[in-house]
Design a protein around this ligand. Sequence first.
Ligand code: AMP
Length: 365
Amino acid sequence: MITKGLPLPPLSTIGILGGGQLGRMLAIAAAEMGMRCHIYCPDADSPAFDVSIRHTRAAYDDLDALTRFAQECDVITYEFENVPAATAAHLAALRPVCPGTRALAISQDRLQEKQFFSSIGIEVAPWRPVETADDLSAALAEIGPQTLLKTRRFGYDGKGQVRVSAGDDPAVAIDKAGAGPYVLEGIVPFTREISVIAARDAAGATCAYDPAENIHRDQILHSSAVPGDIAPATAKAARVIATRILDALDYVGVIGVEFFVIRDGEADRLLVNEFAPRVHNTGHWTQDACLISQFEMHIRAICGWPLGSPRRHSDCLMTNLIGEDALQAERLSGEPDARVHLYGKAEVRAGRKMGHVTRLLRPVR
Ligand code: AMP
């Protein structure tokens, strides 16, 4: 990664593709460091617009708008991984885009992601590429009987995923999963799901937060507990794997890496589920339980500032406020040691992430 022009001085402009809550919290962190954010998003009601000095409302394939946006930015980042490859390439020719286009491309395609993990010796769930119903039958025979058929692209929060068991009709499963191609994954008998938020700067310095233990409900993240019930050796191994991914990608910025923990005799084994080339919902706890949040860490990394410490000063529990949960925000904010974060979304919808609450449980000594 090029370090020329770094560190960016205060009042530099950070371009952010995507205007959701992650962009909003990045922009707030950037403002606290004296930086300015320019949000690029096609949606009129983007939560990040409210907290940024400038925004462009245009389509991701509007090359003229992208060029004008890039010309106003010193560095460009993104808050979602489905930025079209052509958009990222266009911008990368004009300004530094962090994390780079390779991390973006790999994270967009579950097949490339699995191949990447294998290439650097990281264990994943058993998997097979699938395009047709015949492929699915053959793959099911090899890695069944309990599997998940996942679309290679555009899956999130369990969308684009179908459970397939031996004996199911492969054509029906393919139909249910949506547009292919796919990967078929063996269902992993995990004891818990954990994630690590880690960061790397342009000079190659890295750091990693303590892993969080994550609970999903209806395939949406419900809560993240830190430290959670994670053995120290497992926590260390997870941080090491996350750092290996960062180095292999020559990555700049914050990454979220999700793991399955499986019991293997007396020891834990870690399988990587996926990585997100951005700040991550399972890292929101860092806003209140660490000196430097994942949002500030990302801004520091892409601006070439020192990463700072990922040290956690408190044990904590982060709970998402989904749909009507957000109606409890004011009451929750009255709890001692709790802090409520709302994303400024006007319309409450079932399954929509409206905010989160962080509860500090006890200080770390
Ligand atoms: P994903 O979209 O791949 O992050 O999957 C969403 C959730 O589905 C994960 O957080 C797990 O709870 C579950 N899941 C995904 N893949 C597997 C697997 N191979 N085995 C067991 N559970 C899985």
